[in-house]
Design a binder for this molecule. Sequence first.
Ligand code: ADP
Ligand code: MG
Length: 260
Amino acid sequence: MRIWAIANQKGGVGKTTTTLSLGRGLAARGHKVLLIDLDPHSSLTRAFGVPVEPVPEGVQELFAAPPHEIAALARHSDIPGLDYLCAQASLATLERRSANQPGLGLALQQALARHGEQHDYILLDCAPTLGLLMINALAAADRLIIPTQAEPLALHGLDGMVRTGEMVERSRKRALPISVLPTLFDRRTRAGNETLKLMQERHGERVWEDAIPIDTRICNPAALTVPLLGDDYPGRGMAAYRHALEWLLLSEAAQLERAA
Ligand code: ADP
Ligand code: MG
């Protein structure tokens, strides 16, 4: 089982879109995949058509005493091999409510350890807040994937997220490889191209040498949710996500080989 955290302390950079697209790509390759929605805004949950009322069972129950098991909470999607675990709006106050319950930073990691090898890949769609949920995700993750908008203002957010990842790595004394996926890239603008160059200069091999382009087929302003696009969906955006997944799998294979 491999656990990927998809995180950035900035919102609207394509985290949920990336989680869904990579998840679909992995399922299309025959893997058993579980997507966990760790954002109280529940975009990923809603992409699967789950309404916010009545409140679905999900991540909140991993923090209950005693915690529920992932297998009992996860739902099958219509896509073979792709399961998901819902977020709830109440997660926004989890931190405040659990102030007198120590040890909750490892709740997700412990739930995943009990879950064992029932899925090949677990993808964690994080909220853009450096709080208890993000700490849980980074503690559990085998790798950190940072989607980052290819525009100048996003560079600070990227640097901050990289520092957070490195800090977690030092404190847990277990490697947390970082991969950066430039997203929402507009090839025609100088700002986009220069930002991409700067990202590569600052973060080197961690950065994918390509970028996910802005593709109007990915965003659907009429819908309030991130659309759940098929791995075979036409267009530059999804094609780029397929390439990004190949790169991620190749770099992971190289990391695992180095660690062996
Ligand atoms: P986050 O999870 O980081 O907040 P989302 O994945 O929800 O970001 O994306 C934010 C918005 O941008 C959504 O409306 C989404 O559909 C849109 N979007 C994401 N990636 C692309 C893209 N490559 N091209 C066009 N729109 C995109
Ligand atoms: Mg999101």
